[in-house]
Design a protein around this ligand. Structure first.
Ligand code: OOB
Length: 529
């Protein structure tokens, strides 16, 4: 074991780890065992496919092991970090499984990350390898990889799968491969934080905690062995990767279909052709898919689980999605840091349309606190703190930040404002910092956004604080609207009509054809400001 891996990693307290193991909550197996087990039981079943390739479980494992052997033959060792940046295709699975089998630890970069983020991930994790699906015809990416090669000093190797790239191809070993032993309490992978400020942070997920995450997610979603999961969101993101997503589907013996094109045009064809049963979307994408069911003719009746999460799904959008995909909608409120909440199959329409569900594990501990850190009354709003068997105890190599991001008892301060209903379901009411402070009147952007979305012509709305020389901040609004001529005054009248206080009324309006989005497709407020 390369002990440098544990440097800057904060595990759960020892007695808690021991308890989890004694109770078999943590099962002390490497993460790759989820897939090798299926490969042993169902070797000839189709595991992964995209439009040009498909592999059985036996083939997936064989490919992965050739790559794992190649990595070790190049002199990389168990515990070393790999910045892994791959688009949604069959080789995502073979390459990631190969990294796991070699005992290396991937930092899960997203395809939209650029040299700034990649170099940051390499430096912070001390990565020795950068492995990428390559330039893929995008000339600006070529320059980017060259800059990474120049700037990221810890890297001893850069491998690209695109044979048009001037970088080494993925190493391939030969013969039988025996995986090196791993420590199941050590990080198996690093997820990257959504990051509201500055560069993303690294979230260590151990073999034990992530396996438990996947087990809870497959159980809560009632995933079956004949599941066909469509990976639409960037596969390295926690939601499509392990909630239950790609790894959950492979652990169950199901099939994963990868697509790089999230459009309904492409995805509906894939759903019909491969009988897709489950997928995960962010709200903006679910809106587009829902609208497209009105004119696309593909048969989508195989879909029985349509997960939507990552940011707040408006009630009207939830209802429209429920009408377009009957019985399939599930709201998901999760975070790369750990906690995942779901509405469940069989919940009432009201619960599915208006809540973000409840925790997937009975061992998740949730507290809702005011700005003094005191627990609020039942059903009242406050910041969500959480702790549990699959929630991190500290960001990787971020000691200073960890002092404020966690309570002394190890609860993670999510920064999310929530209310917990009497039935246990959570309603996310916004981000703690997503507020406007207008001359001392502080109010949540989300409240105004909800009113705006009630307007029949408004499809998307984002409220952001804008600097104001007298009041400190004023209310800025960006909307996507079918009526391009809509005026600020008309909006103010509409909101006044709905009973919104005068000081919350928008003072600046921007009508856009679409709102800017983050690497995973959430509305990116930082870019609206
Ligand atoms: C998922 O993970 P991240 O790490 O990209 O983002 C987490 C943050 C949460 O703290 C919350 O602010 C927001 O995204 N969020 C939601 C939400 N789901 C996530 N806000 C409102 N409503 C929701 N349903 O986004 C993620 C990870 C695993 C599963 C699903 C999503």
């Amino acid at each position: 074991m390369n002990n440098d891996l544990l440097n800057g990693f904060k595990p759960h307290p020892e007695e808690i780890e021991l308890h989890y193991k004694q109770q078999k909550i943590w099962d002390n197996q490497p993460i790759w065992e989820l897939i090798t087990r299926t490969a042993r039981n169902l070797p000839d079943r189709c595991a992964v496919r995209d439009l040009s390739h498909q592999l059985t479980y036996a083939e997936l494992l064989k490919e992965a092991d050739l790559f794992a052997a190649g990595l070790l033959a190049k002199g990389f060792n168990t515990g070393e970090r790999v910045v892994f940046q791959w688009s949604n295709q069959v080789s995502f699975a073979t390459t990631l499984l190969g990294i796991f089998r070699a005992g290396l630890v991937p930092v899960m970069a997203l395809p939209a990350h650029r040299q700034n983020e990649i170099c940051h991930f390499a430096q912070l994790s001390g990565a020795s390898v950068y492995i990428t699906s390559g330039v893929e015809g995008d000339a600006s990416r070529h320059k980017m990889i060259e800059q990474i090669a120049e700037q990221a000093k810890t890297l001893r190797g850069i491998y690209s799968a695109d044979d048009k790239d001037p970088f080494e191809p993925l190493p391939k070993g030969k013969g039988q491969f025996t995986p090196p032993p791993i420590d199941p309490d050590a990080p198996a992978l690093f997820l990257v934080s959504g990051g509201t400020t500055g560069l993303p942070k690294l979230i260590p997920r151990s073999h034990n905690d992530y396996r438990y995450n996947i087990a809870c997610a497959t159980a809560a979603c009632e995933l079956q062995s004949d599941e066909v999961y469509l990976a639409v969101l960037p596969a390295a993101h926690n939601f499509p990767l392990g909630c239950p997503g790609i790894l959950g589907t492979l652990a169950m013996g199901g099939q994963v279909v990868f697509t790089r094109d999230a459009s309904p045009d492409q995805c509906f064809e894939l759903i019909e052709r491969f009988g897709v049963t489950a997928t995960a979307l962010v709200p903006a994408l679910s809106q587009v898919w829902t609208a497209a069911t009105a004119w696309e003719e593909a048969d989508l009746s195989s879909i029985h689980l349509l997960q939507v999460g990552g940011s707040k799904l408006a009630k009207t959008d939830a209802q429209a999605a429920m009408a377009a995909f009957p019985g399939a909608l599930q709201q998901v409120f999760g975070m790369a840091e750990g906690l995942v909440c779901y509405t469940r199959l069989g919940d009432t329409d009201e619960v599915v349309a208006t809540t973000q569900g409840r925790p997937m594990s009975p061992l998740d501990e949730l507290r809702v606190v005011d700005n003094q850190g005191q627990e609020v009354g039942a059903g009242d709003e406050g910041e969500l703190l959480t702790r549990g068997p699959y929630t991190l105890r500290g960001y990787y190599r971020a000691e200073k930040h960890n002092r404020s991001a966690f309570t002394s008892g190890g609860f993670y301060r999510s920064g999310d404002r929530v209310r917990i209903q009497a039935d246990g379901n959570i309603i996310v009411t916004g981000r703690l910092k997503d507020v406007v402070n207008r001359g001392g009147e502080i109010f949540a952007c989300e409240e105004i956004e909800e009113h705006l979305l009630a307007h029949p012509n408004i499809q998307q709305a984002a409220v952001v604080p804008l600097p104001d020389k007298d009041l400190g901040e004023q209310v800025g609004v960006a909307i996507v609207c079918t009526d391009k001529t809509i005026t600020l005054q008309a909006l103010r009248d509409f909101l006044t009509e709905r009973g919104l206080a005068a000081f919350k009324l928008p003072e600046r309006l921007n009508v856009l054809s679409r709102l800017p989005v983050t690497a995973v497709g959430k509305i990116d407020k930082k870019q609206i400001l």
